[in-house]
Design a binder for this molecule. Sequence first.
Ligand code: IMP
Ligand code: MG
Length: 181
Amino acid sequence: MHKDLEEILIPTAELNAGIKKLGERISLDYAGRCVSLVGVLKGCVLFMADLVKHLSIDTRMDFMMLSSYSGAQSTGVVRTILDLKENIEGRDVLIIEDIVDSGLTMHYMLQNLRTRHPKSLEICTLLDKPSCRKAKVPIKYTGFTIPDKFVVGYGLDYNEIYRNLPYIGVLKKSAIEGKKT
Ligand code: IMP
Ligand code: MG
């Protein structure tokens, strides 16, 4: 375990099993269709890479980069930093997100993507922290529901560090307070 972690919340084997299940569900639900996956950078990268290997349907992949976070606190303001390259009009769009916390990012994503008239629009998140919700968002696929703790690893960062950890861990308070940003 990384020295800055308090505990490992979801070990690698559990992550793999959960993601395989998600992939199987999505493959069944979208059988015979081509799903346009929209990954939310950068947190989605490890999750999306593993999830797509369990999809037996055709996929398109595109990415958006948004910003709502600075350090461990949400600023509540969501901005588009990088937009989609492809047109999603008439497509079955599935947003791939690392974690839904306040819900403000996904609320913004749904509003933004709806204006482009996809045929369908759903959310798939690896982690859900429902206790922190400020905006209601309908999540179709959830990998794991977690308590109100600041987690890192498997794509999730604290000030851009820890994304490479192959598990989800809880960051020590001292690592949060002690780091210069
Ligand atoms: P929301 O807008 O509050 O739902 O936050 C969504 C974004 O905040 C996620 O896509 C993450 O990038 C980031 N985030 C929220 N909670 C955590 C966490 O516990 N660890 C790392 N990043 C987080
Ligand atoms: Mg994110």
